[in-house]
Design a protein. Structure first.
Lengths: 345, 256
């Protein structure tokens, strides 16, 4: 545990450095891409625990994200009385922001448990439909709430608190906050995956009956997976709301849920590395296809390329880029011949 | 004195079909008990009733002095009954070692936060599971296979791995559903020795479904015979071999 704590501290310092480099040397547009990638990674890595490890086909991630986004944003506005500009680092701003994050994570996790428990008996497509329905219902319910702005949503959401030395940075310290949680979710998911609970989740995926007769409580493991994934979706929602300064129910349509699933399938369902890589590809691809689209004067080209890429993927590598493998020294050795003594069996 | 496992008047109906009718048995602690019968006699259904996969239409199951009728499989596993499957059900993507460790999950005492934060307790639990799993793999003669994915193991090893995984739950009773199916004679010999060692060295009571008569007769101390869901005989191998109803129902009409 102590080692994990030190690793996380190191990663936080790394995030600060990363934020500094971006703020000083990179154009704001690209910094935006990088931040969006970070949010996508948090979503994808969280969903990987539900869809990848536990093998439950959830299509409701946008729903969890929206719950977290509105809970966090609403709390944030209340706590800061609508002051947008965050001043220099203070315990008040930091404390209220962390409180909002915790609140958004916990509220989304609670919803995750609520969704997970009754849908346990559903498998495959049926679970997908139920979770998709949940996400849509959530969006419609949120749209109908005047207290959070109805269809126009919440505006004037405070910025994320600044860190010392960041006063002059254009983009503020969003990158730091987003990537701090990217590191956290990756670290925790890695620990989970390598633990007895990670194996138990995979057992449920591989053979539910065998898992049950070996004493693994499949129902409990599934709810746990939903709670875990929803918690980080909520965090991502809260970060997203603070990053955009505004949030609408329509930010969380089915398209967003599907996008996260596509990230996983592209990277390799069940692989944490795959989730990260998939998230980056799916986030960046439209951004880089857009100039091409404008150059050729073919609007909609990016969607065609996107679909073609997915089709090719299904045909030639249905298990995704990484399959269920993780990026590790062992894999690198195998891919780069002569780099190590070891060779695969 | 009461038996370790006692089934009384277990009946299982699927719609109009009665798969098992009034099945009763009493297995003493430390026994090697065989359950035989022709195809479709209802043997596997009995296993599913005992291990909680099915809820019996009527009847009771008592295990280690407590009523476990209708309890879900994880509860029954926790009470100390484990099993293998006729159609092997391993966790294919996991390695042989991880499969056995998954069986050891049941006796772990850590919570999710220990795992997420990698506490000392988590490290100790991982070590406990790993050591125990290696021990069982060695016991089953699979230590060389520890790192291989279960799906890449040869057939006989897959059967043995399932037994190792079941043993990892630290059962009092292990139910083996046709463990020798598809094995060649020499593999069967080795398996018979292994099953005997499970009872003698690990002190686990064994309930065995098997088609191979030679194996069952040589191994089991008591045998119960099912036909069309009904018990037609129960006794020592010698008695079973000379039972007229068994010969007729199971082996066909004698010397036709």
């Amino acid at each position: 545990m102590a080692r994990n704590f030190l690793v996380m501290l190191g990663l936080l310092a790394g995030c600060y450095g990363f934020n500094f480099v971006l703020a000083e040397f990179i154009e704001v547009v690209y910094v935006d891409y990088i931040n969006l990638c970070g949010l996508a990674i948090i979503l994808a890595v969280g969903l990987n625990v539900i869809n990848g490890l536990a093998g439950q086909f959830s299509l409701g991630h946008a729903g969890f994200m929206s719950v977290g986004a509105f809970a966090g944003a609403y709390a944030s506005i209340m706590l800061t009385y609508g002051v947008i500009e965050s001043g220099p680092l203070s315990f008040a701003s930091m404390g209220s922001f962390l409180l909002c994050l915790a609140l958004s994570g916990l509220s989304a996790a609670a919803v995750g448990a609520l969704v997970g428990a009754p849908t346990l008996r559903l498998k495959g497509d049926y679970l997908a439909i139920a979770t998709l329905g949940f996400a849509e219902i959530t969006r419609i319910v949120l749209t109908a709430q005047d207290a959070i702005g109805g269809p126009t949503g919440l505006k004037r959401i405070p910025k994320m608190p600044l860190l010392p030395g960041a006063e002059k940075w254009d983009g503020g310290t969003s990158t730091f906050w987003i990537y701090a949680f990217v590191c956290l979710v990756i670290l925790l998911s890695l620990n989970l995956q390598r633990s007895t609970f990670g194996r138990a989740l995979i057992c449920v995926r591989e053979n539910e009956l065998a898992a049950e007769t070996m004493g693994v409580r499949a129902a409990r493991m599934k709810v746990m997976a939903f709670v875990y994934g929803a918690f980080f979706a909520g965090i991502a929602g809260c970060l997203y709301a603070h990053y955009q300064h505004s949030v609408r129910p329509d930010d969380f349509t089915t398209v967003r849920s599907i996008e996260v699933v596509v990230m996983l399938v592209l990277g390799g369902l069940g692989s944490l590395t795959g989730a990260v890589v998939g998230a980056v590809i799916v986030t960046l691809m439209p951004q880089f296809l857009r100039p091409l689209e404008e150059f050729l004067n073919l609007s909609g080209l990016s969607m065609v390329v996107y679909a073609a890429l997915l089709l090719l993927m299904m045909l030639f590598r249905p298990q995704g880029i990484f399959g269920q493998r993780e990026l590790s020294l062992k894999l690198l050795r195998r891919l780069v011949p002569g780099a190590g003594r070891e060779s695969g069996p | 004195m009461s038996a370790l496992l006692q089934a009384e008047q277990l009946t299982m109906r699927f719609g109009g079909l009665t798969a098992v009718k009034e099945f009763s048995c009493a297995i003493e602690s430390g026994e090697l008990f065989g359950l035989i019968g022709p195809n479709g006699a209802g043997k596997t259904t009995v296993f599913n009733l005992l291990t909680g996969v099915y809820r019996p239409s009527s009847g009771t199951v008592t295990f280690a002095q407590s009523d476990i009728t209708g309890q879900p499989p994880p509860v029954i596993a926790a009470r100390g009954m484990s099993r293998t499957f006729q159609n092997i059900r391993l966790f294919d993507e996991l390695s042989a070692l991880e499969n056995v460790m998954a069986g050891a999950h049941l006796r772990g005492h850590i919570n999710l936060f220990d795992a997420l934060l990698r506490t000392g307790r988590n490290a100790r639990e991982e070590k406990r599971q790993r050591d125990w799993a290696y021990k069982l793999l060695a016991f089953m003669g699979l230590e060389e296979r520890a790192g291989l994915a279960a799906k890449h193991l040869p057939y006989g090893d897959r059967r043995k791995l399932e037994i190792a995984r079941a043993l990892a739950t630290e059962p009092k009773l292990i139910c083996l559903d046709e463990p020798a199916a598809g094995m060649n004679p020499s593999e069967k010999q080795g398996l018979a020795q292994l099953i005997r060692r499970i009872r003698d060295q690990l002190h686990v009571t064994v309930l065995l479904i098997e088609h191979d008569m030679q194996l069952v007769m040589g191994l089991c101390e008591r045998i119960q015979v099912l036909d069309h869901g009904e018990t037609i005989a129960c006794g020592k191998p010698r008695e079973i071999q000379s039972d007229a109803r068994v010969i007729e129902a199971y082996l066909g009409v004698a010397d036709a």
